[in-house]
Write a protein that binds this ligand. Structure first.
Ligand SMILES: [Zn+2]
Length: 287
């Protein structure tokens, strides 16, 4: 006879792989985790599969960003799942951006011309200090949903906090020589990372977040990069690397592989390893 686990695990769904990675570290073997988006997928445009609705229907806890990064695909899934436990305002709904000060909040909320950052920039887990706060929120939410294991979740948060704290100085030191340097990115995913590590990432291959690069915009970017002697273009797995390479070829800059999600690059199966790789890769390109 097969042994059946006596203890029911907490069913957790996370929309995106950064929240999923945090959930895994906080929840360990006390949770069953489903992460909807893949780490190499564009978080703004995730292909919904029927299994997503099933996972959401069975969820005790849903972790989403709450800053409209998933606005294009999550609402219809939630509607189909009809799970009152994870409705807005319920303890089973963990809004990761709660308590996070979003950067680049537009003066006028507008989704005109395809701008996908209408509430402010939703890519906040690229700052490790913000991510510690998100992890604490997740651990506390798990403890509330599963009080029998509260001390387990609390201990996992302390472990995560310590592992990030142990690295912050090293990451900071690696980036110190490049303070104030400009870097170009394909999409505006990096204001929190830039703010934390002292670089400027304010020129993008996309003319507006969510709008594909046009020849006239790229020509402008190339001009600016030459004038400012910008050395690096960061590009994520789901973005058009060929466009980045063309711009790099025209300017002498290097293309640096970046990812906002653990698992998006090889050797980045944890959050700390991801930031390690980003800092190391960028520092090498700026040298
Ligand atoms: Zn975005």
């Amino acid at each position: 006879m097969m042994a059946i686990s006596a203890q029911a695990k907490l069913n957790v769904v996370s929309t995106l792989p950064d929240f999923g990675s945090i959930a895994r570290e906080m929840g360990g073997d006390k949770i069953d985790l489903v992460v909807l988006a893949k780490p190499t997928e564009d978080p703004h445009f995730v292909d919904a599969r029927p299994s997503f609705v099933v996972a959401l229907r069975n969820a005790d806890v849903l972790i989403d960003g709450g800053a409209e990064l998933e606005i294009g695909w999550l609402p219809p899934l939630l509607q189909n799942a009809r799970n009152p436990k994870i409705e807005n305002g319920k303890p089973g709904r963990v809004i990761a951006s709660q308590g996070v000060r979003l950067l680049n909040v537009p003066a006028n909320v507008t989704r005109a011309a395809g701008d996908v950052h209408a509430l402010g920039n939703p890519h906040f887990t690229t700052d490790p200090i913000v991510t510690k706060a998100v992890a604490q929120h997740v651990a506390e939410s798990f403890a509330a949903a599963d009080p029998a294991n509260a001390s387990f979740y609390e201990a996992n948060y302390r472990k995560f906090e310590a592992s990030v704290n142990a690295k912050l100085q090293e990451w900071g030191a690696a980036m110190v020589p490049f303070k104030g340097q400009e870097v170009v990115a394909y999409h505006d995913s990096w204001p929190y990372f830039a703010h934390r590590f002292g670089v400027k990432i304010e020129i993008f291959l996309e003319p507006k977040p969510g709008i594909p690069p046009s020849p006239s915009h790229l020509a402008e970017v190339i001009e600016q990069m030459k004038a400012k002697k910008i050395k690096a273009i960061i590009v994520e797995p789901f973005q058009d690397r060929k466009v980045a390479e063309k711009v790099a070829g025209a300017t002498g800059a290097k293309v640096v592989e970046f990812a906002q999600f653990p698992g998006g690059l090889s050797g980045t199966d944890t959050y700390v390893k991801l930031i390690d790789k980003l800092v190391g890769g960028l520092a090498a390109a700026l040298k």
